[in-house]
Design a protein around this ligand. Sequence first.
Ligand code: PA5
Length: 424
Amino acid sequence: MVSVTYSGQMEDVLTETKKEKLESIHRGLYAKEGAGSEFLGWLDWPSGLSQEFLDQIKQTAEQIRSQADVLIVIGIGGSYLGAKAVIEALQPHFEKNPEFEVIFAGHQVSGAYLKQLMAYVDDKEVALNVISKSGTTTEPALAFRFLQQYMQERYGADAASRIYVTTDENKGALLTLAKEQGYKRFVVPDDVGGRYSVFTAVGLLPIAAAGFDVERLISGAKAAEEELKTFGEDNPAIRYAAIRHSLYEQGYTNEVLATFEPKLNFVQEWWKQLFGESEGKEGKGIFPVSVVYTTDLHSLGQYIQDGKRNLFESFLVVEETDEDLEVFEADNNLDQLNYLSGLSLHDFNLTAYKGVSEAHLNGGVPQVGIHVNQMDEYHVGYLLYFYMLSCAYSAYLLEINPFNQPGVEDYKTAIFRLLNKPGY
Ligand code: PA5
């Protein structure tokens, strides 16, 4: 379902030593041992999901769609990127869904954004889904303070029936608030961290509300869980982790995730958070960057071809597309493009991939290919699970706990001190 290719100088990405290390990581992972193992709930989450839970998600999504024209999803980091990635990958470029929109908030602090958002939804029926595992994150909490007041002013006592909260089962300010106000609640499981939570209610409720088939998404993730749990050199999750780590050992400390499909832009953002927050610790880790081609061939392409040689490129290649255009023969050929007649734009991109990959390889940039057949719920589910699993292997190869993020506390402390937050 996902295959991984490699081209570069390195002959053997899986040395005997690395293979042994990966085998031991594999044993530890599935025995749920090792650093951060209390956050391994995502590993067998897809197969453990009950039909009852999926039905509850679908019914709530239906209820939201029947009461509102817009769902505002409030969250940041892992509490927003998974849903955003899946929705962007699946929805059309224009006229997203004229009858129902999902809009994100609380993922930055912009007064203009919030003010304009409230003005934009003023002539529409609105529902809110506030998502925060800790229930204490400042950006979504601030956005919710404004939007909750907006809902109460607009809907009075009925506001409560339009607000849905996804948070921890037992703790956090958001939980206290939700209980107090009687909001419908969904749980972020204790053993699943934010960036691994797309298949929990965190991702599923907004995705279902956007009108996508969450059962197909979960079947894709389930297939990945089943197929990728066997240890072997051909296991794409293990292969991708092994290639990344071998390149890292040779000084390739930056990975550029490239795609020719602009709809995958937020899959790239999700991937950056997953790998960046999981691996970038203790002075180690590959720095994840992303580009969309051919757009960025006219900007970062120069650096990638010719700049400092410490980066490798991984292409996310979608093999098939269901919508396309074919270049037609023009009578006058004034634009001199008739040599492309008969070629589809998708084929143009697949050829561009080969050409760019060859040129960058010749320029000293090792090439990894992550190939997926198509972009639908099933394949997106498979792909995201593949990345999460590979990320765990990859971080463990660096002897890093993939599931914590101690570094993000430092900037928070600095901001809180400047804002005179009590206790800082
Ligand atoms: O991956 C993570 O754990 C983080 O990116 C969190 O998702 C992010 O900080 C938001 O946290 P919370 O859901 O507690 O508001």
